[in-house]
Design a protein around this ligand. Structure first.
Ligand code: AMP
Ligand code: MG
Length: 401
């Protein structure tokens, strides 16, 4: 039996470097992983400019007390440039975003001045206010976004503020996905007595896509050695990683690990965790193979713990694990020492603190617990029973950008 952390380390040690990059337009780059650092070709903003609609002045003209009248020598809209320079006794009407004229370093908001007849009356104000300085957002030559970053809308906006319209991102890792089991039926088709509908292939499909992968769906394979062998060969030939569910425990029809041992190299692990002990991991014709357990909660959990970090590494991401939070357990939790336990929780902010409760029955076949929950409650190996009120670790579900 190995610990969860040990399994994660071994897997990441086996998974190779990121898949190669490709160039895509920024309009197709959302949620992709940047392959090279983005450097700023110039300062942003490119020039000092006004942060308000008002009057630009030189600080030499700011009265220490009382007021002073200045001559308004022009009117500058955003997008225009003032050719001359302000001299003492002069002000320029200026709009938000317009570049500061030479000779000016301070802007009066129009609400704080009196103006009329080509003149403006100003009072004391701090030198330099209401000016956005050249390069205050991004400095020329600086790295604006590091490679390995997942591009959110704000990263894409920052990239385009530099005039860049295409970026180098890693190709999506291709993941071949299949379900195993004579009892597993395709949703939308009739179900024979004794059969259940496939859910794992769909929770896993969504999970792969959320993790930035591209799914190659190989359907359902019955518990028949020849068919499984053929389908796994096919899967390995087309994908960067292969993910299956079911057939990895110790039942008479659990063939996945046998077939894999024939086709490639296979490590079969009992992981000290609950739910979801069995996990098959290995290499199959140059691809990484994950044989996840069949129980729906266990397979999704095993995906989160073991497959997602590997896909994130393949996809070129810098951060491979989601953030963990702390919350107060609102109910006692049963916990056996010596293994890591994962309960489905409902996390909420109430009365000034984060609270978490379980979703109810926690059986590894109860997929509705994942639906009711918004986080995992993670109970560490050395921990025993948890009393109500104790602090526990939680990992919120979600996109985990
Ligand atoms: P196995 O590890 O193949 O014995 O499967 C363990 C349990 O998970 C059994 O109750 C299976 O019916 C169930 N199971 C296996 N594959 C799936 C699937 N694709 N969707 C839903 N349940 C499954
Ligand atoms: Mg099975």
């Amino acid at each position: 039996m190995i610990a969860v952390h040990e399994g994660q380390e071994r897997i990441l040690g086996h998974v190779g470097g990121p898949v190669p990059p490709e160039v895509v337009p920024v309009t197709r780059a959302l949620a992709r992983v940047l392959a090279v650092d983005v450097q700023a070709p110039f300062d942003v903003p490119p020039a000092d400019n006004s942060a308000v609609d008002g009057y630009a002045v030189g600080s030499g003209d700011i009265p220490g007390s009382g007021t002073r009248e200045l001559e308004v020598v022009g009117d500058l809209a955003a997008g225009a440039v003032f050719d001359g320079a302000l001299r003492a006794g002069q002000a320029l009407r200026i709009m938000t975003g317009a570049p500061m004229p030479a000779g000016a370093d301070t802007v009066y908001p129009q609400e704080v001045v009196e103006h009329g007849g080509g003149r403006v009356r100003i009072g004391p104000i701090a030198k330099g206010v209401n000016v956005r300085l050249r390069g205050e957002d991004v400095e020329a030559g600086g790295i604006v976004i590091e490679h390995g970053t997942v591009l959110r809308p704000q990263e894409i906006g920052l990239v385009t503020s530099l005039g860049i319209w295409q970026v180098s991102v890693h190709r999506r890792p291709r993941v071949a996905l299949l379900s195993t089991g004579d009892e597993v039926a395709e949703p939308g088709t009739p179900r024979r007595p004794g059969q259940i509908y496939d859910s794992n292939r769909f929770t896993l499909r969504g999970s792969i896509e959320q993790a930035g992968g591209e799914v190659l769906d190989l359907g359902i394979v019955p518990d028949a050695r020849d068919e499984l062998t053929a389908r796994l060969r096919e899967a390995a030939a087309m994908a960067d990683a292969v993910v299956t569910s079911g057939g990895v425990s110790v039942g008479a029809h659990d063939l996945v690990k046998d077939v894999l041992a024939e086709l490639g190299t296979i490590d079969f692990w009992q992981v000290a965790m609950q739910p979801g002990r069995p996990l098959a991991f290995g290499r199959l014709a140059g691809t990484t193979f994950f044989g996840l357990p069949g129980n729906p909660v266990a397979s999704l959990l095993a995906f989160m713990l073991f497959v997602r970090p590997a896909l994130w590494k393949l996809a070129g991401r810098r951060r491979l694990f989601p953030p963990a939070w702390q919350a107060q357990a609102m109910e006692p939790l049963r916990k056996r020492t010596g293994r890591r336990e994962f309960k489905r929780g409902i996390l909420a902010y109430r009365d000034g603190r984060w609270e978490v409760r379980t979703t109810g029955p926690q059986g590894s076949g109860i997929l509705s617990s994942m639906v009711a929950g918004n986080c995992l409650i993670v109970l560490e190996e050395d921990r025993g029973d948890v009393a109500a009120g104790e602090i526990v670790m939680v990992e919120p579900f979600g996109e985990a950008f």
